[in-house]
Design a protein around this ligand. Structure first.
Ligand SMILES: C[S@@+](CC[C@H](N)C(=O)[O-])C[C@H]1O[C@@H](n2cnc3c(N)ncnc32)[C@H](O)[C@@H]1O
Length: 279
């Protein structure tokens, strides 16, 4: 399959869709990041304040599992405008972010505008997560002999199963050399899309219009489908966590009171999984 960046560029505006709700959280830098986006990009996209609990839970649950892994080298794929790389590199992590060219260029400008001292250990790489040679570009920043935690939030739902397989095979190749884990929220089961539709009116319709992707056929049926799909590529799922596990830590809910039964259901149905290479 020949991989062309232009086939994926329409997904990039969704990075603004996911950055916006994080301004209703206590995650550092998110307000500054969004303010830059507002003055430099087209933010006339599907924006939902009600999405804050979901985005905050996703972000904080991934952090929690990264902390628990004790791995200090990170490759975040499709990192968008997330603040995580800046925060963890300031804590001493060796952190590499990869996203498509346009988003990475914006990200570098954002980092320069909000932080005087960007740690040397943070690298923002322009690349396509389906292209093997772009993984090799990232690999050179990692110390050999030390494991890598690979993270991603919010890309696989836009990819077909063939594309998901290519993405996962690239991760497998890197982890098989270095060891480590893959932590991802990107295993969207159909049940979650249903609860997201109930909580966020027209969200999936709007996102489908923006991306010309986001198809129901590209969703996992359930957790067994997720296990079989990644199992066939050579992964085993070692942990499954619901977003609701971090509910008590969410500023958007507990301080801003952004909550109702429908939002609560999205936190029950969305998951983050931790995968390792099968022995
Ligand atoms: C929904 S956004 C998620 C961004 C970020 N992870 C977050 O949670 O805010 C999806 C991201 O995937 C990126 N993307 C799309 N196709 C990609 C590809 N083939 N390789 C790398 N990144 C890609 C987009 O540019 C966009 O930043």
């Amino acid at each position: 399959m020949s991989i062309k960046d232009k086939d994926y560029e329409q997904i990039s505006p969704t990075a603004i869709v996911t950055a916006y709700p994080r301004i209703f959280t206590d995650i550092p830098y998110e307000k500054e990041i969004y303010s830059w986006l507002e003055s430099h990009c087209d933010t006339e996209v599907a924006l939902y304040k009600n999405m804050a609990p979901e985005m905050e839970a996703r972000y904080k649950l991934v952090n929690k599992l990264l902390d628990k892994s004790n791995i200090k080298q990170v490759l975040e794929l499709a990192s968008g405008y997330s603040s995580r790389g800046l925060i963890y590199s300031k804590k001493g992590y060796n952190y590499v972010e990869m996203d498509l060219e346009n988003v990475s260029e914006n990200k570098i400008k954002i980092l320069k505008s909000i932080e005087k001292n960007i740690p040397n250990s943070l690298k923002v790489i322009k690349g396509n997560a389906l292209r093997k040679k772009d993984f090799i570009k990232c690999e050179k920043y990692f110390k050999s002999g030390e494991p890598i935690a690979i993270l991603n939030e919010g890309l696989l739902r836009y990819l077909t199963f063939d594309e998901k397989r290519i993405f996962a095979e690239n991760i497998w190749a890197l982890l098989s050399k270095h060891g480590g884990v893959w932590i991802t929220s990107d295993v969207t089961p159909k049940k979650f899309i249903k609860s997201q539709d109930n909580a966020l009116r027209n969200f999936n319709k709007n996102v489908s219009n923006i991306t010309s992707r986001n198809n129901l056929n590209d969703r996992f049926e359930d957790i067994n489908h997720v296990k079989n799909f990644f199992g066939n590529i050579g992964f085993e799922i070692v942990e499954v966590h619901k977003f609701s596990e971090v509910k008590s830590e969410l500023f958007s809910i507990n301080e801003l009171n952004i909550m109702d039964d429908k939002i609560e259901q999205t936190l029950e149905d969305a998951i983050v999984v931790v995968m390792k290479i099968k022995k």
